[in-house]
Design a protein around this ligand. Sequence first.
Ligand code: CU
Length: 155
Amino acid sequence: MTRRLLLAALLLLPTGHALGEEHTIQAISQRGYESMLFEPDFLRIEPGDTITFAVDDLDHQPQSAFVPAGAAPWQAEQGASITVELTQEGVYVFDCAFHNVMGMAGVIVVGEPVNLAEAREFFARYRDETVFIDKERLDHIWAPDDGLLAGEGAN
Ligand SMILES: [Cu+2]
């Protein structure tokens, strides 16, 4: 291989860590007996990773419900997917503008959960005041009585 070809080959290599990982969270209208949910509804990622909230029907509108101080909130167009790059560390809560009352919500932890206390307070209030049906669905993410975020004890 000539030196020029070798250089060209090196330039074509993926840059790996320089680019954030891409994750997908699917909005699901019906799965067995469950309706209106995100899959997954809890995710740990690294700063600079991107998340696509994938919507394949007109029923959903993914949006942020709580973001760390200084981070940009997001909201998809009705029935449309949206991709966001999360660069700021902390705990984010997202939901569907139409079905948050049914517990269609989830949590993303980007890097270190630097705003854990504030996010926990928000999530407890959110569970009480915003979600009317299926509050228990959220409890595997953040149980109101033990106050533990999913996977928190594993750190
Ligand atoms: Cu929805």
